[in-house]
Structure formats: structure tokens, C-alpha cells
Design a protein around this ligand. Structure first.
Ligand code: BES
Ligand code: MN
Ligand code: ZN
Length: 498
């Protein structure tokens, strides 16, 4: 889909649209814009003046060339002030550009990449561009009788630059891969609970593993019983749908050591169980497998980028429903680790299935643990929809993850986890741990609950209850599943030893 051509040849390109950047505070236009102006008899200045277009951030001015250029339309993309430019601003500019491509159903486009580039790192801009194009192409699948009109979709993107071709092509490819993995995660999150049961989630994982030649193993209920995964089984016993423990392995090193493990919450529908949730918006609890989606999205990316890191993916998957066998408040269960848990609230089920997920990951050789989960409503109160909350027992791993998040354009913020929070978990008279120690600090205690099972293994917990789902839509995607943390996890795997 992408090809790279020398900058000076841009006028020969027959395309539906050509995109050129304009910085708000530049005294001089980029050469390509001067050339556009010349080809339309020097009328561009007047047109822009009349439209009051000055290159303001996120604005676009477009016009038909009426045969005066080989491109059918010219799009001038406002990038804002050069003096304020950073990756975030460029991401937004490329999102604006990409949304135009899709909205106008352009099938072939040209981008004067060098007009966007602020410093000498075209390759990185290539990455940001193709990622934005991929991310903004995503549409939520629907099941209406009338199909969506089949839209024309983008087939060809020609990048014009003075930069070198090969590294740029690689980055363009990487951006597409990262965007694609994120879209995969979004699609899983958006799938209704009846169409994405734990069995279906395991099928999706199998597909991904087969696509990239990864090892995959899926534990059934009987296997869990033999191993003693009492926490996952307790959650699953209230549902007719069989639970699954999904395990995937990507071996990026000669030896299976230094294993980075991703543990994702795969709760395909959370009713709350006997501690049932209120009815309003309960339908959105189909998104409670957002952690699993992030891990699978990351594995899809990792399978293509092939980093030299060993990655283990563990996804405990179940529904949280209520039948005559369902776990009850007051029940005491024994987890795979041997620690006992008093179930004070059946709606605090995520930490139960993750307890066994984390323990199992350690059994399989995890040296580092990152768990990802739509774990608490409290994190939405604390951080809103835009920032993922983190809890850790290891500064170094936390820092690595924060860098990966930054490089991925995702926001993560660390929550405090001082000793008194941990003590709050030891408030059961009958078991080692209380699964629901109350509302204050709810996201912290939930994270630390999982940390009890991580033990001394370096561990970071990511609560994506706020970020996995967007109520209004994001800059690059529609409302619903966002694919949060798929890119951060994949980036962490890519940068892990560096
Ligand atoms: N899946 C929910 C958390 C959640 C809430 C995700 C809102 C997305 C949006 C989780 O299983 C849950 O129910 N948590 C409880 C814990 C409480 C009972 C200690 C919560 O946050 O209310
Ligand atoms: Mn719950
Ligand atoms: Zn849940």
C-alpha cells in the first residue's frame, strides 16, 4: 500500500488527493505549496486568505485542482505552531489528515512528508502517519439488517520525501502493524458477550497464534481442577460457559529465559454475580475482557515485529454470572497459589481470575509480570477515560513501561501503594485475603491484591477500566473499544532489552 518517491517528483503523481502541511508560525511556505500556487496562477494566497486559513492546529483546507495538477484535490493540513511541535501534536495532525482520507473516501493519496517534518526524523513521521491511517480506518461492526454501504477504501499511499527509502518503508510498515493490532483489540472489546464467550476468545487467540507461528495452550475446566485454580473456577462456576486459561508463547531468544509475561483479564461479561450490578449500562460490561484484548493485540503486533524478547501471554477467561451454583459473598476459596480468599463481593471477580493467571504465569517461568485489566470503577473516578492507572512493586519495570507508554502515545499514571493499603487486604477473619476491602483507594487495593500473587517477581498492574472504552470516541477512533495498551505492551516487548 505504501511507496516512497523522491520529493521533486510529486507533481507527476495521479492521485485522488495530495496532502501538504502548513505550520501556523512559518514565514515561508514549503516549496511544494509554492509550486501548487504557481500551478493555479498564484491564486492560493487569496483563497487561503478568504478562508481565513492560517495553518491552525487540526484545521484542513482543501480544493479541487480542476485538472491544473495531476492530483484531483489538494489538502492543506494545519499543524499548528512549529515552536510547539511534539509527537503528540504530529499524531493529532496525522489523525486529522487520515480522517479526511477516510471521510472523502480517497483511494489513492500522496503525502508531502517533508512538509510535516520538523526535525531530521522522517522515518518516525512515517510510523506516526501509517499508524494514524490504520487507526482511523477502524469501524465498529454492527449486526443491522441493512448493511453499511460498501465504501471505497484507501489502496495506495505515496510518500514524497528527500529522506532514504528503506528505513522509511520499514517504519511505515511498523505503524500499520501497530495500528492493526490496536484495531484487533478494539474489535474484540466491541464484540457482544453472546458472540465472544471464553470459548470464542480462545478461538481468536488460536487464530493469532497460528498466524504468527506461536505456541498456544488452552486449559479446560478439568485441567484447572487438577491444578487447583480455585479462584478462576469460583468465578466460572456461576456460568454455563466453560472457562478457559489461554496461554501463548512467543520465543524471541534462543533460550526460554528472561520471560516477559502479559496477563490479561478476559471476563467476557460481568454482571457482578450475586453482588449484581445495577441495570443501567450493564450492557457495556461486554468490555470486561479489555485486558485480554490488549494482550492479544500486542501479541499480534509482536508476531509481526519479531522482537528479541521472550513473551508469555496468559489470559484467564470466564463470565461472571449468577446461577444456583454461583459463588456467594462470604465464600472462602483457595487460589492456585494456596492463598485463601474470602469473597466479600462477587463483583470483585477480576482480581480473582487474575490471581490464578499471575500464579500460573509464574509457574510457566515468568520473570517479569504486567497484568492488564478493566479492574475497577474507582480508576474512572480517579483518572477518567484518558489515563491508565498503574500499581507496581518494581521501580525499574515501572519506568520501562512508562517510557513504552510515552512512545506509544498512551497515558499511564502510577498510583501510590504504601504499606497501609496492603494491610487493607488482610481484613478477613477467615481467609488470607479479603477481595473487597471497601471503596477508599479501591483501584490501589485491587491492584495490590494481584500484587500479593506476583510476590517478589517484578510486576506492573495496569487498570484500564477507564481507558479501554470511550464514551464519546477518541481522536483516532469511534466510541466503544479503544484498544488501550496494545501498543504500549508491544512497545515494551520491543524495547525490553534496550
Ligand atoms: N469490571 C468491573 C470494573 C469496571 C467498572 C470496568 C466500570 C469497566 C467499567 C469490575 O469487575 C468490578 O465490578 N469492580 C468493582 C469492584 C468492587 C466490587 C470492589 C467496582 O469497581 O465497583
Ligand atoms: Mn465485577
Ligand atoms: Zn469485572
Amino acid at each position: 500500500m505504501y511507496n516512497v518517491v523522491e520529493l521533486k517528483n510529486w507533481k507527476n503523481e495521479e492521485v485522488d488527493g495530495i496532502f501538504i502541511a502548513l505550520f501556523e508560525d512559518d514565514k515561508h511556505w514549503p516549496e511544494s505549496l509554492n509550486e501548487v500556487d504557481a500551478s493555479i496562477d498564484g491564486t492560493l494566497k487569496q483563497m487561503l486568505k478568504e478562508a481565513r486559513f492560517h495553518g491552525k492546529f487540526k484545521s484542513v483546507f482543501s480544493f479541487h485542482t480542476l485538472g491544473k495538477l495531476k492530483a484531483k484535490k489538494v489538502y492543506i493540513v494545519g499543524v499548528g505552531k512549529r515552536s510547539e511541535i511534539d509527537d503528540e501534536q504530529i499524531r493529532s495532525a496525522f489523525a486529522t489528515l487520515s480522517k479526511k482520507i477516510h471521510a472523502d473516501q480517497l483511494q489513492s493519496v500522496a503525502v508531502i512528508l517533508d512538509s510535516f517534518v520538523h526535525e531530521e526524523n522522517e522515518e518516525h513521521y512515517g510510523y506516526l502517519l501509517s499508524e494514524a491511517i490504520e487507526l482511523t480506518s477502524y469501524k465498529v461492526a454492527h449486526y443491522k439488517e441493512k448493511d453499511n454501504q460498501v465504501e471505497k477504501s484507501l489502496e495506495r499511499v505515496t510518500i514524497f520525501t528527500n529522506g532514504s527509502e528503506q528505513p522509511l518503508l520499514e517504519e511505515l510498515h511498523a505503524g500499520k502493524v501497530y495500528g492493526g493490532g490496536t484495531n484487533l483489540a478494539r474489535a474484540l472489546v466491541n464484540t457482544p458477550g453472546n458472540l465472544l464467550t471464553p470459548t470464542d476468545l480462545a478461538e481468536s487467540a488460536k487464530e493469532i497464534a497460528e498466524r504468527h507461528g506461536m505456541e498456544i495452550d488452552i486449559l479446560e475446566r478439568e485441567d484447572m481442577e487438577k491444578l487447583g485454580m480455585g479462584a478462576l473456577l469460583a468465578v466460572a462456576q456461576g456460568s454455563e460457559q466453560p472457562p478457559k486459561m489461554i496461554v501463548m508463547k512467543y520465543q524471541g531468544k534462543k533460550e526460554w529465559n528472561d520471560v516477559l509475561a502479559f496477563v490479561g483479564k478476559g471476563l467476557t461479561f460481568d454482571s457482578g454475580g450475586i453482588s449484581i450490578k445495577p441495570g443501567a449500562n450493564m450492557h457495556e460490561m461486554k468490555m470486561d475482557m479489555g485486558g485480554a484484548a490488549a494482550v492479544l493485540g500486542a501479541m499480534d503486533i509482536i508476531g509481526q515485529m519479531k522482537p528479541e524478547t521472550n513473551v508469555l501471554a496468559v489470559i484467564p477467561s470466564s463470565e461472571n454470572l449468577l446461577n444456583g451454583l454461583a459463588m456467594k459473598p462470604g465464600d472462602v476459596i483457595t487460589s492456585l497459589s494456596g492463598k485463601t480468599i474470602e469473597v466479600r463481593n462477587t463483583d470483585a471477580e477480576g482480581r480473582l481470575i487474575l490471581a490464578d493467571g499471575v500464579t500460573y504465569a509464574k509457574h510457566l517461568g515468568a520473570s517479569y509480570l504486567v497484568d492488564v485489566a478493566t479492574l475497577t470503577g474507582a480508576v474512572i473516578i480517579a483518572l477518567g477515560e484518558y489515563t491508565t492507572g498503574a500499581v507496581t512493586n518494581n521501580e525499574e519495570l515501572m519506568e520501562k513501561l512508562l517510557y513504552s507508554a510515552y512512545d506509544s502515545g498512551e497515558w499511564v499514571w502510577r498510583l501510590p501503594s504504601f504499606e497501609p493499603y496492603r494491610k487493607m487486604l488482610q481484613t478477613s477473619d477467615v481467609a488470607d485475603l479479603n477481595n473487597s476491602p471497601g471503596r477508599p483507594g479501591g483501584s490501589i487495593t485491587a491492584g495490590l491484591f494481584i500484587g500479593e500473587f506476583a510476590g517478589d517477581t517484578p510486576w506492573v498492574h495496569l487498570d484500564i477500566a477507564g481507558t479501554a472504552w470511550s464514551s464519546k470516541g477518541t481522536e483516532t477512533g469511534p466510541k466503544g473499544g479503544t484498544g488501550a495498551m496494545a501498543r504500549t505492551l508491544a512497545t515494551l516487548a520491543e524495547q525490553f532489552d534496550k
